[in-house]
Design a protein around this ligand. Structure first.
Ligand code: WTA
Length: 645
């Protein structure tokens, strides 16, 4: 066992911080005991409303009827842009750092207002109205954020699809949420490579007849297909519309966005978030957990295609009038000093990234870090997967020079905003622990029978009561939300994560306990990878599980049974890997493929993934009971040929 060192709050951090430990304890108690009063006060303090709400929080979370600030009217783009103009029109809103180190630019709040209003008007001119869905399939350029805010301004619901997804995945998402427009770029640029976004869109749209508008940002100027009547070139089209677009008054419970995420079963779910509660919790957590102060430069390295980019590149920071950095590139291009060079170049104060990136950089040694200054850094954060204490200590000692607290933030697409994390001025840190719940969040531990575990212990992580930025629905299927999150453990929100609570009441998230694999912080459903594999005519059956991976956190291990007439070969492995890349996206390619003459199944024919997982993780002593298998001898064959020894 790794010895855990406690890191108390330093005097310098405490003095600067918005909140002390006494503040945390007092406000947390108030948030639980008097939620109506607490959240009402916060909503007035953090957001501008056109009309006050009728009730702070109503309805029953478990029945899918929870509402926050219903009846209240506001607009997210107004809160993120317009209301800052009187005081900080000339302040930078976004710093953009391109893939190449010589490319960067700054966008002020005034420029942001202009761009967002014009794009909003352009969408309106194409018949996009309040409630319509717009797909955003973009590289990491400022226009991705403009597009989100333009939708929010007119009440259109955006569905951002990560640029790493394949044309087929893009098509499925466009169809599922019935999008009428797509905003994209000719190409993306990442780590010196080009990504054919517009070509992917064209492929996807060949099966999406209802999409009548494509707005294309010219990022590289590459020659790409252009469909007259449907396609518009962003820069020239913006010049044809007025620069003023009054914001739509939205109800706090009107939808803001849909974001697809993988679950245990079936197709990815369109997680639906609404307006008021979401914006409040992202703004509050951004201010308090990152201890954001006026003028600080905040850099979240996530992609806007994931929830972290939504909440902590765009909405949280902008609601607070912050300066947010958008990075187009990757940590190791042109070399593995890049993150720290960008920190120095733009004098970043707060830096938020994923453990997988830290582990990859840690492997390169300290030199690439130490040759940069990093004196501007004041606070570090992590998200997306458990951070191992070794990586935490490296982040703290080497990157942060023992000066910067680390906030390990646990949350999910479904929670919308951070749920468990330290407050820098208040919380003693323990490497690997997300520490304590944010205001209003009531985590609890359940055993397998759904009974609450008190005090210290390990179990299933669940949440007791609604919080403002919680998922409101699965788009098109409210029933699926109830089944996925509120039926496994009746009465609670089920997170899909396992956790431990220690003697101080601190939370340690141990990872997914369902059939979701977390690869480099990307959520991948085993069922999705299996469906892709069995599309190949040589494949009879596939069983996919996660296994521990030094850099990625988890890797993808596929057990594949071939058709009786097919000979296994390395060439076939390559074909299968490529097929998964084509079907879902390159980030979901299996790391290991083991040929299996058969898969372990129950007598009713269900694949026993628990056993496959044990084999893939090389945990043979704890295989458990195999006597219920239709043919227990299958397991010995798999063990003998296992790849991950
Ligand atoms: C995992 C990302 C441990 C967890 C914001 C969760 C974490 C899933 C942490 C959600 C953390 C996220 N420590 N595990 N600090 N943060 N996770 O929806 O398994 O992409 O359920 O949202 O990531 O991933 P998602």
């Amino acid at each position: 066992m790794y010895e855990i060192t406690r890191h108390p709050v330093s005097e310098a951090v405490r003095q600067r911080a918005h909140l002390t430990d006494e503040d945390y304890l007092r406000l947390y108690r108030q948030s639980i005991e008097q939620p109506q009063q607490f959240w009402g006060e916060q909503a007035s303090a953090f957001l501008d409303w056109f009309k006050p709400w009728d009730s702070v929080c109503q309805g029953v979370m478990q029945q899918g009827t929870a509402t926050w600030f219903a009846g209240g009217k506001l607009n997210v783009a107004y809160n993120c842009i317009d209301r800052h103009l009187s005081a900080r029109a000339e302040q930078v809103a976004f710093i953009w750092e391109g893939d190449e180190p010589n490319e960067s630019k700054k966008i002020t709040y005034r420029e942001l207002h202009d761009k967002v209003c014009r794009l909003a008007n352009l969408l309106k001119s194409r018949g996009i109205n309040k409630g319509d869905r717009v797909c955003i399939y973009m590289p990491m350029i400022p226009e991705a954020a403009f597009a989100m805010l333009a939708c929010a301004r007119i009440g259109a619901v955006h569905s951002v699809v990560f640029g790493g997804f394949s044309p087929d995945s893009l098509r499925d998402r466009i169809l599922d949420s019935d999008c009428r427009a797509v905003i994209t770029a000719d190409e993306g640029v990442r780590g010196g490579k080009r990504i054919p976004l517009k070509n992917n869109v064209d492929k996807a749209l060949s099966e999406c007849p209802k999409v009548t508008t494509v707005v294309m940002v010219e990022r590289t100027g590459a020659a790409v297909g252009f469909c007259e009547g449907r396609d518009l070139r962003y820069a020239s089209a913006l010049q044809t519309v007025p620069a003023d677009c009054p914001p739509e008054w939205m109800d706090a419970e009107d939808p803001l966005f849909i974001l697809y995420t993988s679950g245990s079963t079936g197709k990815p779910k369109g997680v639906l978030h609404t307006t008021g509660g979401y914006l409040l919790q992202v703004a509050m957590t951004h201010k308090y957990i990152f201890d954001y102060h006026e003028g600080d430069i905040f850099w979240c390295t996530a992609d806007v295609g994931w929830v972290t980019g939504h909440s902590y590149i765009v909405y949280g920071p902008l609601a607070n009038g912050a300066i947010s950095l958008i990075f187009e590139g990757v940590p190791n291009y042109p070399d593995c000093s890049r993150f720290w060079q960008v920190v120095d170049k733009h004098q970043v104060n707060i830096f938020y990234t994923a453990p997988t990136a830290l582990r990859a950089l840690m492997r390169e040694g300290d030199q690439p870090v130490k040759k940069t200054s990093r004196q501007s850094l004041r606070l570090l954060g992590t998200v997306g997967e458990p951070i191992n204490p070794e990586a935490w200590e490296w982040y703290f000692n080497v990157v942060g020079q023992r000066r910067c607290p680390i906030v390990d933030t646990w949350w999910q697409t479904e929670t919308g905003a951070i749920m468990i994390a330290p407050l820098p001025g208040a919380t003693e840190l323990k490497p690997g622990s997300a520490t304590r719940p944010f205001f209003g969040v009531q985590p609890l531990l359940l055993d397998e029978q759904g009974k609450e575990i008190e005090g210290e212990g390990s179990g299933v992580l669940a949440i007791r009561a609604s919080w403002p930025s919680q998922i409101r629905s699965v788009f098109g299927s409210p029933q699926r939300m109830l089944e996925t999150y509120f039926s496994a453990y009746p009465g609670y929100y089920f997170t899909g994560d396992g956790a431990r609570r220690d003697e101080d009441g601190y939370w340690w998230i141990t990872g997914r306990i369902d059939d979701v694999i977390n690869v480099s912080g990307h959520r991948i459903g085993t069922a999705e990878v299996e469906s892709a594999l069995v599309l190949h005519e040589a494949v009879a059956e596939a069983g996919v599980v996660g296994y521990p991976h030094d850099i990625k956190g988890q890797g993808i291990y596929a057990f594949v049974t071939l058709m009786a007439t097919v000979q296994p070969s390395d060439a076939l492995k390559k074909e299968l890997t490529a097929l998964v890349g084509k079907e879902i996206g390159n980030f979901s390619k299996p790391d290991l493929i083991q040929w299996a003459s058969a898969l372990p199944k129950t007598r009713s024919g269900k694949i026993m993934r628990r056993i496959l997982r044990k084999i893939a993780c090389n945990e043979l002593e704890t295989l458990g009971d195999t006597s219920t298998l239709a043919d227990p001898s299958v397991v010995d064959g798999l063990i003998e040929k296992r790849l991950n020894r």
